[in-house]
Design a protein around this ligand. Structure first.
Ligand code: ZN
Length: 267
């Protein structure tokens, strides 16, 4: 593998379908890589960079059961030298105040994923983590600054591709879920084990099965444009020194092992 590019410290996992050339807002593709990991190969990841700006690695992402092993995705981020991962996901609205085309920022999540690996424990020598890793507050604040109309939401991670039943939708809502989707979990927990910052922004594609559906009226195009237009400044905002606990983890003393996730034992 080539030397990591330190000036690109963000990996964008893209689970939305965008028009051709839409990502040109992040600059032209200046590099492409395949990364091989213990859990499979991933790529090509495209490095985009605007002239004089910061680079962003971009990986199209799918929550289908046949997707790349999520552990491979996060290990690739680590190998590329990025510290931050942003997942731009599509989601189903459980909260009746959210509808198609709305943009939301993930502030917390419920893990209802049953068929994906959700830990590096043992296989990578991790001996334990103190608590479930949260979304990165630094990245989430930057998202909120760029997308002031976007509420913070609780995301329910589920296995695809089967859609929820109406009864399941009501259950998730009673649990406190606002959205459900296929791409954020278990990636967020895996990122925590690797001491990476992780945040999620979602575009609502539909209401849940317990709600009336209605024909599309171009709401998705509007919702996708909001995030797309915010991305270049979001990337630049991340240039500011991180103030989050994830960054403290990243700068904390490490001892031994590839992942050395036992720093808290020294405190
Ligand atoms: Zn962070």
């Amino acid at each position: 593998m080539n030397t990591p590019t330190p000036e690109a410290d963000l990996l964008l996992l893209l689970a939305v379908v965008l028009p051709p050339r839409a990502l040109d807002v992040l600059g032209p593709v200046v590099d492409e890589r395949f990364v091989n990991t213990t859990y499979g190969d991933i790529g090509p990841l495209a490095l985009r960079r605007n002239p004089g700006g910061r680079g962003v690695w971009v990986q199209p992402y799918s929550g289908l059961p046949s997707r790349t092993d999520p552990r491979s995705t996060l290990l690739a981020a680590r190998k590329l030298g990025v510290q931050r991962v942003l997942n731009w996901d599509t989601a189903i609205a459980l909260n009746p105040l959210l509808s198609r085309g709305n943009v939301a920022i993930v502030t917390d999540y419920i893990d209802f994923v049953r068929h994906q690996p959700n830990t590096f424990f043992e296989s990578e020598g991790i001996t334990g983590i103190d608590q479930s890793p949260p979304v990165c507050p630094h990245m989430s604040q930057a998202l909120a600054q760029m997308l002031p109309m976007a509420p913070g939401v609780v995301y329910v991670g589920v296995d695809g591709p089967r859609r929820e039943t109406a009864a399941e939708a009501r259950m998730f809502r009673q649990w406190g879920g606002d959205l459900m989707g296929y791409n954020l979990v278990p990636e967020i927990a895996l990122a925590g084990e690797l001491e990476l910052c992780y945040a999620g922004v979602t575009t609502v594609t539909d209401g849940s099965a317990d709600r009336f559906s209605y024909p599309s009226q171009g709401e998705m195009r509007v919702g996708l444009s909001l995030v797309l237009e915010a991305l270049p400044r979001f990337v630049e905002l991340l240039a500011a020194p991180a103030t989050c606990a994830c960054a403290e983890r990243l700068s904390a003393p490490r001892k031994g092992g590839l992942l050395a996730n036992d720093w808290w034992m020294q405190e």
